[in-house]
Ligand binder design. Sequence first.
Ligand code: FAD
Length: 386
Amino acid sequence: MPHKELPNKSEIVIIGGGIVGVTLAHELAKRGEEVVVLEKRFIGSGSTFRCGTGIRQQFNDEANVQVMKRSVELWKKYSEEYGFSFEQTGYLFLLYDDEEVEEFKKNIAIQNRFGVPTRLITPEEAKEIVPLLDISEVVAASWNPTDGKADPFHSTTAFALHAEEMGAKLYEYTEVKEIIIENGEIKGVKTNRGVVNTGIVVNATNAWAKLINAMAKVPIHIPIEPYKHQAIITQPIKGGTVKPMVISFKYGHAYLTQTNHGGIVGGVGYEVGPTYDLNPSYQFMKEVSYYLTKIIPALRELLILRTWAGYYAKTPDSNPAIGRINEIDEYYIAAGFSGHGFMMAPAVAEMLSDLITRGKSKLPIEWYDPYRFERGELRNKALQMG
Ligand SMILES: Cc1cc2nc3c(=O)[nH]c(=O)nc-3n(C[C@H](O)[C@H](O)[C@H](O)COP(=O)(O)OP(=O)(O)OC[C@H]3O[C@@H](n4cnc5c(N)ncnc54)[C@H](O)[C@@H]3O)c2cc1C
């Protein structure tokens, strides 16, 4: 991919080749649009290949539940068509007191209203699902068996290859340096490898979104800041030991699950930022070792093979900014996904393609309105862990 000659024009240019840029290119190409993706390093090299694999519909507001329900349908459809790994092994939120249970009951009611089959289960039922759990302090759990996980490497690559098959063009090691705008109209983008003339730009750079917004002189404030989040993977163990994603807010906002290679992947809420520094920290290693073994004590026996860091691109309400910037003809943004951009991407691609090609979407895209910050209309903070 890196050596292909850059085209001098394209109807649509997507800046950023993470899961969001790639699934968007895939959807637009499917609809017959001419689309180019420009990625400054390699596909997935931003947050996407550093994510924890989780895909859930257990959110605390109607919009995210509906969008994630659609996203899961798309994850299922494309994993079957393209053969990448997506498993509906569930999300299990461990709850430790009445207050947490009451909050999750409200979330479950919203989820059930939209057909997501989450239910409250007993600690003993949770232990049947993950026998190694320490349930001594657990009073209940929120369980949805239709949540799941996907392999970020296989899935992103599959979307990229199929996007190319349908005519999208993806360029790696191609960094956007400038956005050319004349009289409020986009004319093209300047890269380290030349200019691509275009009338439509999508900013899908997530943690770098504010830099691209500055290049386009976006006239509204869209607060997206990069925060360093770390994760670990352990040595592999017998497959099927920890099938669902297990979450504990009490113990460090932690998450953990087993990957399809057998290792336990996990993380906690410890974060540093705003920063573009990605050096791993010892503090994280101490916290992740402590909290993960509070959830499953037997993890003490395992070696941690590797740790890495990536960005949560955070907004004040933990919801992304997705939409059109009206003052620039035509500039769109889909960025600021915190800890849930991987899971959302297929539905985001559908919503944004609807907006670009038809001017509206059936999915509740207005929830992610990039103007809400400027208007002081923040949403409820989206449920997130890690
Ligand atoms: C430790 C960790 C665990 C996570 N766990 C989960 C999880 O379990 N589930 C989940 O849904 N999400 C999770 N996330 C969040 C998830 O990784 C992100 O929300 C998601 O990958 C965002 O995808 P993206 O395409 O928007 O961004 P990215 O993957 O970051 O892609 C943006 C791309 O833009 C490129 N770029 C930037 N500037 C330019 C430029 N000037 N020119 C060209 N290209 C440029 C970058 O190189 C990058 O590749 C996790 C994140 C971390 C760090």
